[in-house]
Design a binder for this molecule. Structure first.
Ligand code: PBG
Length: 320
């Protein structure tokens, strides 16, 4: 005698009944790039279908996101001026602050998450203040608090610090609470690897480091135990959601976090992952829609209930 597994695959009805993982629009977050200026609608060459918008052109994109019932957007600002410390990140009239107000006024049901970082705002492209040719952790934390409070005051629903600074979650939670923003949750880029998969994003967001790389603050792709340590620290510091980034090469890490923490797990399906599927599809080498859905499903199966993806609109159309 042998065991048969094929009977439960016989037709679509039984496959539906035994399906273990369901991807839903509820899982999707759509990243948006907003550039300071007017009349901007710039295609990002390495990310077909993704554009940078200015505030005066972004409405039709937001209309579509809301119509597709995508619950949330993640905002990245591209300022017109950069400096050594990224002071524009806490300008009350900065591009992100204006965008938050615009969305909360015109699309009140859309949940607004802000990426909290400095790399798009510093002249050197690093995620904070530079001292002795390296990121100065503790000095950068002071400015991080300023940035997060200005996002909260503008009306952000959630903040997502992505700089991999030590103590960033504690600093942000303390600052939010001191300003009575008790109900703004923190989604921590808790486990963020120093990855080559961010390449297209750095073009999109103008955030390529002018010297060195991010390996003194982002994690070594070889490390798995360290991911648990990073996540533990952020849990203790009161992060509400733990994120793994990138997603596809790190599905094992997503599952590790899911098994070890009782907080919602997010993953970031990053620009390089998007670009690979788009490029292969343009060459006619893969079925784009099926590969996209299979990748997103694998992130859900690995344990992520929040999937940040440039495919959010395309996937939402299929999941309607
Ligand atoms: C940093 C940040 C990065 C991404 C999101 N936030 C880039 C980096 O660390 O270099 C990458 C996102 C992507 O590749 O899609 N603010």
């Amino acid at each position: 005698m042998f065991s048969r597994t094929r009977p439960l695959r016989k037709n679509e009805s039984i496959r539906r009944l035994v399906k273990e993982t369901h991807l839903s629009i509820d899982n999707l977050v759509y990243p948006l790039f907003i550039e300071e200026g007017n009349n901007i609608e710039t295609e990002i060459p390495s990310m077909p279908g993704i554009k940078r918008f200015s505030l005066d052109t972004i409405a039709k994109e937001l209309d579509e996101v809301v119509k597709l019932n995508i619950p949330a957007v993640l905002l990245f600002g591209i300022p017109s001026k950069k400096d050594e410390i990224g002071a524009e990140t806490w300008n009350v009239d900065g591009i992100i602050q204006q965008t938050i107000k615009f969305i909360k006024t015109n699309y009140p049901s859309l949940y607004v998450i802000t990426d909290v970082c400095f790399c798009e705002y510093t002249s050197h492209g690093h995620c904070g203040i530079i001292y002795n040719n390296d990121l100065d952790n503790d000095k950068s934390l002071v400015n991080l608090a300023k940035q997060v409070i200005s996002h909260a005051k503008a009306g952000a629903d959630m903040v997502a610090p992505s700089g991999m600074l030590d103590g960033m979650i504690k600093t942000i939670r303390t600052a939010l609470d001191a300003n009575e923003f008790y109900n703004i949750p923190i989604m921590s880029y808790a486990v963020k690897y120093a990855s080559a998969f961010y390449g297209p994003f750095r073009d999109a967001a103008n955030s390529v480091p002018s010297f060195g790389d991010r390996r003194t603050y982002q994690m070594d792709p070889a490390n798995r135990i360290e991911a648990l340590r990073e996540a533990k620290i952020d849990e203790v510091e009161q992060a509400d959601i733990l994120m793994v980034k990138p997603a596809l090469s790190y599905l094992d890490i997503i599952r590790d976090l899911k098994n070890n923490f009782n907080k919602p797990i997010a993953c970031y399906n990053v620009s390089g992952e998007y670009a690979m599927i788009k490029a292969a599809s343009e060459k006619g080498w893969i079925d784009e829609k099926r590969v996209m859905m299979e990748s997103l499903l694998s992130m859900k199966r690995a344990g992520a209930s929040i999937i940040i993806t440039y495919f959010a609109k395309d996937a939402a159309k299929i999941l309607q």
